[in-house]
Unconditional design. Structure first.
Length: 918
């Protein structure tokens, strides 16, 4: 059944006229066929657009170039020279990878991706991308990670890399090697943006373009001279991160953003859409999202054929040929193409009768044609009010020879014999540059380098000068230095809250407000929140600092009269991202690398639901670290028992563990407002005075408490990760030490009282703000000792701090036990962690802390048990305490198979029991 669309629901004021139009169409289909009818319909739609009739845009157009030949601009380059340069780069890229794999088995590398995209890059390099000379910020180019060999090969021709460096492709350990993919962490003067984890580059590029506009609209920096370019694989478009934010780009009218999708129709294993057409699919998606779409499918030799296509048969063939078939044509002979593509239809066959088989085989795809690409790039840069995507059709492994080009295995081919290289030399016309004997069997293939007086070198440097320097290049310069906030911003936190109750989340919100208010530092603060501000009480900031809205606020908010109304503004400061932790993370990266990208240090504070941070967007955090991002991540509503009612999928007891895996993340678990303030102040110092590329992660909790003032001299200990918070009470004869983090201080403090009152134990309390930091320090000491056998061994800081403690050490946390366990090896006394392993569940805080065995009675029993093991007290004392607190010692017998899931099996057993009662 065909359901007639919306038209039938509207009144028809002239049914006769409607009928006539419909019948005319029927007539065309009948007499001239569907292709003609399609042509007429397309023409009518185009005319309707010209007349601004307001018909909705169609999401898909025929399988031809978007820009017709007569609208192509003049190509301003020297095409011959550019082809020569492209050939040299292609050669060097291949030789580099081949040599790397000849000398180091298993080192890897890719030939086919760059072979398909060399022209896409060269047009950008030669005509569009602006570098960073003369104090300019330049363009931001996100390269496809696997195309890195080509980017190195070009930098070599430019004289920016040496042959020795090329010889050290993927050999980084000795220094001076080249990274496999774009890694600013390892090549900080070359790469700007890590891209190789598929999907992250495209996502980051959108938020980079958005952040450029943000800087501009807030008048922090003039970014109108920067354009963001992103190169994307067609297979990469299957990653949710790739396409997940494209509507934002259209909504915010990011006309400073251009994507080039390298549609070589293949991914790693095989075709991207063998049974379909990836270009058509992507066109519909992007057009639907509001992007300007430019298809570059056919090289110029096809223009003439399309001109002769009076019956629309060629167009029809183009439209109906599947990608799987196009891939086949890329590897087949001219005769095969003649028979199968042109052959079945007499009119088509006639159309190419004048072309030889060789000419047929070499009818190029648009993505290898400079003129077509130039026209598309130029149109993209002139587009106003929308981002542009260029869908360029290419061949994977282009001209790398019959064993590589278009083959399903092409992606992973990294070796070529000298025989294959000889063939490549033919295909690239490199007879003069590469002497035949250099490729004799067993010979080491040579790189091509340019003499400085060669026309190619002059052309490249001239283009480079005209475009303000080479790309990519990463430079850190202080175009607009940042000034740290005045101390007053922190004073309030250090003073404590008296009897007033507050959570560390509220305290942080006040701190953030103070920082934003600082006259010098304030404008550099970038608060980033993915639709969770109200949860954290941060809606208070909306009115004062406003929410960034690219186009302003065109409506009166429902709460306009209220104190905390939802105020959006073009110069708003808060990035209210909506429900996208990935997008928020991309903003965090753009802001946290602005010190390098724009020479304008910015201080991002990304506040999120802690469960949906590291666990959700770890790969982006890894990329942020690679990109040398500086900034603060705040995991609010942290803890597996402090966030009480939300249950399994919300209660975070492991983000600190995940954070411990990221080398440049400083992970802190503060208990009090003054600790939060001291850590933030220290972080700012490290990032913006010491110039360290670090990310600070702080957990924030929603449990209200009276905030104590900062003890004198505590600051160093807070930063180091451990300091004595309360000394042992006078009186008791036995000794113990309790380490607490975050809200576990409640349990520790109560336990201290209980132990003194009932068990003659005097316990010291220590605040452990960062186990990660203590562990890393201890590891470095351990290594030093290992390698300095003749020297007096050094003592890890954690051991030194705890050296004077007496009795067992019990560490209690609202995170998994493995978090404090990070330092157990260096504890000078027996060490027992208490934490929240297993899934969270909904209940009150007290019930949860009892369940996870992190409440005060459990701390008491753990201390007593440890003392008993040391022979300090009798086991009966422990047994008495267990009975007194009503623990069930038999829940979770370690001899059962499921011991490690104790917390969950118990609950299942309980459930079964209660069900049994019905
Ligand atoms: C997140 C992620 N998953 C998997 C990979 C491994 N991988 C590298 S390249 C590739 C295929 C890329 O295909 P496409 O995007 O079409 O790029 P092309 O090389 O064809 O231009 C895959 C799966 C990766 N780099 N990142
Ligand atoms: Mg591909």
């Amino acid at each position: 059944m065909i359901i007639d669309g919306f038209v039938n629901q509207l009144p028809d004021i002239d049914p006769g006229e409607t009928q006539e139009w419909r019948e005319s169409l029927d007539g065309v289909v009948e007499a001239r066929g569907k292709p003609r009818a399609r042509f007429l319909m397309s023409s009518l739609l185009e005319r309707a657009r010209e007349l601004q009739v307001g018909t909705p845009a169609t999401v898909s157009t025929p399988y031809v170039n978007t820009i017709p030949p007569d609208q192509e601009p003049w190509f301003p380059g020297d095409e011959h020279l550019e082809r020569r340069i492209r050939a040299y780069i292609r050669w060097n890229a291949a030789v580099m990878v081949v040599k790397a794999n000849k000398h180091a088995e298993g080192i890897g590398g890719h030939l086919a991706t760059f072979a398909s995209s060399a022209s896409l890059y060269e047009v950008g390099f030669n005509h569009f991308w602006r570098g960073k000379r003369d104090g300019l910020a330049g363009d931001q180019v996100f390269f496809q990670g696997h195309a890195a060999p080509g980017i190195y090969a070009r930098a070599f021709l430019e004289g920016r890399l040496t042959a020795e460096q090329l010889d050290h492709f993927r050999r980084e350990v000795g220094g001076g090697g080249l990274s496999s993919y774009p890694h600013p962490r390892l090549m900080p003067e070359f790469w700007e943006f890590p891209t190789v984890s598929m999907g992250l580059g495209p996502l980051n590029s959108i938020y980079q373009a958005r952040f450029n506009k943000y800087l501009h609209n807030r008048e922090v920096d003039d970014t109108s001279g920067s354009r963001v370019w992103c190169f994307v694989g067609d297979g990469e478009c299957d990653e949710p991160e790739t396409l997940g934010a494209i509507s934002l780009a259209a909504r915010e009218q990011l006309d400073n953003l251009t994507w080039v999708v390298n549609c070589n129709l293949q991914r790693l294993d095989g075709p991207v859409r063998g049974n379909g057409k990836i270009i058509q699919e992507l066109e519909a998606i992007f057009r639907g999202a509001g992007w300007n779409v430019i298809k570059v499918i056919w090289g110029r030799q096809w223009d003439d054929l399309l001109q002769r296509d009076v019956d629309g048969v060629l167009l029809n063939k183009m439209n109906t040929t599947l990608d799987g078939e196009f891939q086949r044509y890329a590897v087949e002979s001219g005769a095969y193409i003649r028979e199968h593509f042109f052959g079945p239809d007499r009119r088509l066959r006639q159309m190419v009768e004048h072309l030889s088989d060789d000419e047929l085989r070499n009818l190029p795809r648009g993505g290898h044609d400079y003129r077509k690409l130039y026209a598309a790039y130029k149109a993209a840069t002139e587009q106003v009010g929308a981002p542009t995507v260029i869908l360029a059709k290419t061949i994977k492994g282009w001209t790398l020879g019959p064993d590589v080009e278009g083959r399903n295995a092409t992606h992973q081919i990294k070796k070529m014999t000298n025989e294959q290289l000889r063939l490549l030399r033919e295909r690239l016309y490199l007879h003069d540059e590469v002497p035949a004997e250099a490729l004799a069997d067993g010979a080491e293939p040579p790189y091509i380098s340019l003499r400085e007086d060669s026309p190619e070198y002059e052309y490249m440097t001239h283009r480079g000068r005209a475009l303000s320097g080479p790309v990519p290049s990463r430079v850190v310069r202080d175009r607009r230095p940042i000034e740290l906030p005045a101390d007053t911003a922190f004073d309030e936190m250090s003073a404590g809250s008296g009897t007033q109750q507050a959570s560390t989340t509220t305290a942080f919100t006040r701190l953030l407000r103070n920082l934003c208010r600082d006259p010098h530092f304030g404008p550099r603060v970038v608060p980033i929140i993915p639709d969770e501000a109200r949860t954290f009480g941060m809606d208070a900031l909306f009115r004062e600092f406003k929410i960034y809205a690219a186009l302003g606020q065109h409506y009166q908010p429902v709460d306009a009269e209220m104190l905390l109304s939802y105020v959006e503004s073009k110069d708003g400061q808060i990035l209210e991202e909506g429900i996208t932790e990935a997008g928020a993370m991309a903003s965090f990266i753009a802001a946290g690398t602005a010190y390098a990208t724009h020479g304008v240090p910015m201080a991002p504070f990304f506040i999120f639901y802690s469960m949906f941070g590291f666990q959700r967007v770890m790969d982006l955090i890894w990329a942020a670290s690679d990109a040398r991002t500086r900034g603060f991540m705040l995991g609010a509503t942290a803890g597996r028992t402090t966030l009480a009612g939300e249950g399994l999928q919300h209660q975070d007891g492991h983000s600190l563990l995940l954070a411990s895996a990221v080398p440049t993340v400083e992970a802190y678990d503060p208990a009090f407002a003054y600790e939060v303030a001291a850590i933030v102040r220290h972080g700012l110092q490290r990032m913006f005075v010491d110039g360290e590329d670090v990310i600070f992660y702080l957990t924030l909790y929603n449990e209200n408490q009276a905030m104590p003032p900062m003890p004198d001299g505590a600051e160093t200990g807070i930063i180091d990760g451990l300091y004595r918070w309360a000394s042992r009470p006078e009186g008791p004869t036995r000794r113990a030490t309790i380490l607490f983090s975050g809200p576990a201080h409640h349990a520790a403090r109560q336990a201290q009282v209980e132990l003194a009152e009932h068990y003659d134990v005097g316990a010291e309390l220590w605040s452990a703000t960062s186990y990660k930091r203590l562990r890393e320090q201890a590891l470095s000491v351990e290594r030093w000792n290992r390698l300095h056998p003749n020297e007096v061994p050094l003592t890890p800081l954690v051991t030194e701090r705890l050296a004077a403690t007496e009795g067992p050490i019990v560490a209690v946390t609202d995170f998994m036990k493995i978090v404090p366990d990070q330092i157990s090896r260096w504890a000078p006394q027996p060490f027992v962690p208490l934490g929240t392993d297993g899934f969270g569940r909904s209940d009150t805080r007290d019930a949860l802390r009892r369940f996870f065995e992190t409440d005060a009675p459990n701390v008491v029993v753990t201390v007593l048990s440890a003392l008993a093991r040391q022979g300090e007290i009798k086991p009966e004392v422990v047994a008495d305490a267990i009975a007194r607190y009503g623990f069930d010692p038999d829940a979770g017998d370690p001899r059962t198979v499921y011991a490690q899931h104790r917390s969950d099996t118990t609950s299942t057993a309980q459930q079964a029991q209660s069900l049994g009662q019905f």
